[in-house]
Design a protein around this ligand. Sequence first.
Ligand code: SF4
Length: 365
Amino acid sequence: MKPRIENLYVHIPFCTHLCPYCDFPKERLAGNRMREFLRGLRAEWSRAEREMDLQPRRIFFGGGTPTALSPTMMRELFSIAPWGSAGEWTVEANPDGFGSGKASLMAEAGVTRVSLGAQAFRPADLKWLGRRHNRTSIRSAVQAARSAGIPDVNLDLIYGLPDQGPTEWQETLEEACALGPDHISAYAITPEDGTELAARIERGDWHPDPENEALLFLLTNRILESRGFKAYEISNFAQPGHECRHHQAIWSGEDYLGLGPGAVSTVAGRRWRNHPDTHRYAKTAVAGPHPERVEEEERGEKERRTEKILLGLRTSAGLEETSLPGCEDSLLELERKGWGRRMGGRFLLTARGRLRADEVAAILT
Ligand code: SF4
């Protein structure tokens, strides 16, 4: 029987410029590469259709910057598969280059959620992050999505930046809330290996401040909860009913198919990752049998359990106590420390516990 797939991730690997902290597979926009990518994606989709029962209900187009494509390329991308029949279809966008034209194109195709990479509002923060937009373009992008009738808007934000204490971060959160988003994702700045940011740290130009980050994390929870957002995952806050269902499905351990360079899939107990280079991805996707894979593994019971605990702990739903046999003493100790609590047969982390989710996961696995 063909495996049924309801969750899709599609990676669009193009950006108008490259940010110093980013380690996602991406490259600068170039027309020939985009055409090659679209040919590869079409081939990968056709093959997946033959091998799997594709019934996408939750789709996420990430990147890169999907909206960096020209309107013609976006139309071609949207014509590859019946993406618009999914109940939830998120497309990531950058505030610069996202206006009413692309918003309408997306709404007509059936996009239900736009996720805007705002990251910050203060000019100094945006400059340090290497972003080219400003607070006016963020506001215009939100308005464009709303006017086009896209039902859900998410704003991505980053905290823990230089000279960003509680006062500056609170101002950022308040500016974000004033735009009326349905969802906010707030991430601590992370120096990924091989990035320009990691090199800056190595040179001693700057260093992260974990204590400040912890303070800002707790502040994020306090402020956003007071504005009606629910912290349904460590970095994700939604107004009631506006959670990202794609992410929730992945966190709960459902299968998902990832298409595009660098995309990861987990299907019927196997996990693989496509080659992150766009040219190699596209060339091998067209030649078949499938895009070159850089990692592929059979996932055993132990790995699945560890991942379930790790992902479950990050969510507000937590974990069923029955999924943690033999952990009674640890759960009591975590409750005593104020890191977690048991409620209705589930174990949930408190805000302080979420700061130490990895540590707690290590105790429970
Ligand atoms: S726009 Fe997004 S994907 Fe592109 S380089 Fe910047 S952070 Fe990375």
